[in-house]
Write a protein that binds this ligand. Structure first.
Ligand code: SP5
Ligand code: ZN
Length: 362
C-alpha cells in the first residue's frame, strides 16, 4: 500500500497581506504572522507524501454568508481604500488601518449609535485589538485563505480522506462580526460550513492552536450541528484570548454540551497535551466530518506561547485524530517560529495521513 499524498491547497495571493508591525502594549512590535510563513510551510510540504494544489480565486463564497455578518466582510473589503482616501498619508505617513477607538458597551452604554465616519474610529466597530491591521493587500490574502479552506473542504466532500488548507492569515479568532488576534475571516468555520452544505450533518472542529479559537467558539456556541473542542494555554494564566476559553464554557441553548475547552498550564509538554488531544478526538469521533484548526504555536520554540509541544507530539496528535477515521480538513492557524514551522505542519499531517488508506480516495 503506497502512502496517501495529502493535497495541500494554497494560493500565492495569501502572501499579499503584510502586517509589518503590530501595536502591542503601546509600542510597535515586529509582526510575527508574516508571508514568509507560507514559504516555510510550502518548502516543508514540497515532496513525497504531499501534493501541492494551487487554488484560484473563487467566483462566489456561499459558506462565508453563513459564518460572518456581511458588515464585517464589507468593512474588511473597503477599509484599506478608505484609509488611502483619507488624510493619513500626511497625518501619520503609514498605509495600515489601525484602530484607536473601541465603542464597546462600556462606551455606548445603551445609547443609540451609528457608524463612525472616520475610518480610524470606525475600525473599532469590528476590530477588538490593535495588533490586527489592514494594509493594501490584506483583503486579497484574507479571501485567498477562505478559498483555500473551501477548496480543501470540497475535496474532502468529494471523497478525499484528508486535505490541508495552507491558510494565511489565520482565522480562528475571527468572530461573526469581529476581527483580531491576527485573524480576519474564519477559515475553519468556512471549511465546516462547506462540509455541512455537502451533506455532513455534524462536524467536529478540533483546535490545536496554542490559543483558544474564540471566533470559532463564538460562531458555534449555541449550535448543536457543529462541535468545537480546543486545547490551549490557560487564559487564566494571562494568555490570549484572555476573557474566554475556560473549561466551564460548554455551549448554550441547543449547543449546550457542544463546546469543550481544555486549558493547560504554561510549560505543558507532550504527555499532558496529547491526553487532551486524545480526549477531543474521542469527543468528536461520532461526527460525520472533522476540521482541525492546525495551529502549531504550541511548539516549544514558538515565540507566542509557553506550551512545550514537540514535533513528535504534533505527529502523535495527527495519528490520534486520523484514527477517528473521519474525513478531515486541516486548516492552518498559528505557528510563528520560521525555522521549525514547516516541519511541525509536516509532522502533524504525516501522522494523520499514516492512518489513511490510499483506497480512501484522492
Ligand atoms: C492565530 C494566532 O495564533 N493568533 C495569536 C494571537 C495572540 N497574540 C497575542 C499576543 C501578541 C503579542 N506578541 C508579542 C510577542 C512577544 N514575544
Ligand atoms: Zn495561536
Amino acid at each position: 500500500m503506497s502512502q496517501y499524498a495529502v493535497p495541500v491547497l494554497w494560493s500565492p495571493d495569501t502572501r499579499l497581506h503584510d502586517p509589518r508591525h503590530e501595536v502591542w502594549v503601546g509600542v510597535q512590535t515586529i509582526g510575527t504572522e508574516t508571508s514568509a510563513r507560507v514559504d516555510a510551510i510550502l518548502e516543508a510540504l514540497d515532496g513525497p507524501g504531499f501534493r501541492l494544489v494551487e487554488v484560484a480565486s473563487a467566483d462566489d463564497r456561499p459558506a462565508l454568508d453563513t459564518v460572518h455578518d456581511p458588515a464585517l466582510v464589507e468593512f474588511l473589503g473597503t477599509a484599506a481604500d478608505r484609509w488611502a482616501a483619507g488624510p493619513y498619508e500626511d497625518l501619520v505617513g503609514q498605509d495600515r488601518v489601525v484602530p484607536y477607538y473601541f465603542p464597546t458597551p462600556a462606551m455606548t452604554a445603551g445609547l443609540p449609535v451609528r457608524p463612525a465616519v472616520a475610518v480610524h474610529a470606525d475600525a473599532g466597530r469590528f476590530a477588538y485589538d490593535t495588533m490586527t491591521q489592514i494594509g493594501p493587500g490584506t483583503f486579497s490574502a484574507v479571501l485567498a485563505a477562505v478559498d483555500c479552506a473551501a477548496a480543501a473542504a470540497a475535496l474532502v466532500s468529494e471523497g478525499a480522506p484528508l486535505a490541508y488548507a495552507l491558510c494565511r492569515p489565520p482565522g480562528h479568532h475571527a468572530t461573526p462580526a469581529g476581527f483580531g488576534g491576527s485573524c480576519y475571516l474564519n477559515n475553519a468555520a468556512v471549511a465546516a460550513e462547506t462540509l455541512r452544505a455537502a451533506g455532513a450533518a455534524t462536524v467536529g472542529i478540533v483546535d490545536l492552536d496554542a490559543h483558544q479559537g474564540n471566533g470559532t467558539a463564538a460562531i458555534y456556541y449555541d449550535r448543536a450541528d457543529t462541535r468545537y473542542g480546543s486545547v490551549h494555554v490557560d487564559p487564566g494564566a494571562g494568555w490570549f484570548p484572555h476573557v474566554v476559553g475556560y473549561a466551564d464554557e460548554t455551549g448554550a441553548g441547543a449547543g449546550e454540551g457542544a463546546t469543550r475547552n481544555l486549558p493547560l498550564p504554561e510549560g505543558t509538554g507532550d504527555d499532558r497535551w496529547l491526553e487532551a488531544v486524545a480526549d477531543l478526538a474521542g469527543w468528536v469521533a461520532d461526527c460525520d466530518a472533522l476540521v482541525v484548526s492546525l495551529g502549531v504555536d504550541a511548539a516549544a520554540d514558538d515565540p507566542e506561547s509557553p506550551l512545550q509541544v514537540t514535533a513528535d507530539g504534533y505527529r502523535e496528535a495527527g495519528r490520534l485524530l486520523g484514527a477517528t477515521g473521519l474525513p478531515a480538513v486541516a486548516v492552518q492557524e498559528g505557528g510563528y517560529h520560521l525555522p521549525t514551522l514547516g516541519g511541525l505542519v509536516a509532522a502533524y499531517l504525516s501522522g494523520h495521513a499514516a492512518g489513511v488508506r490510499r483506497s480512501g480516495g484522492e
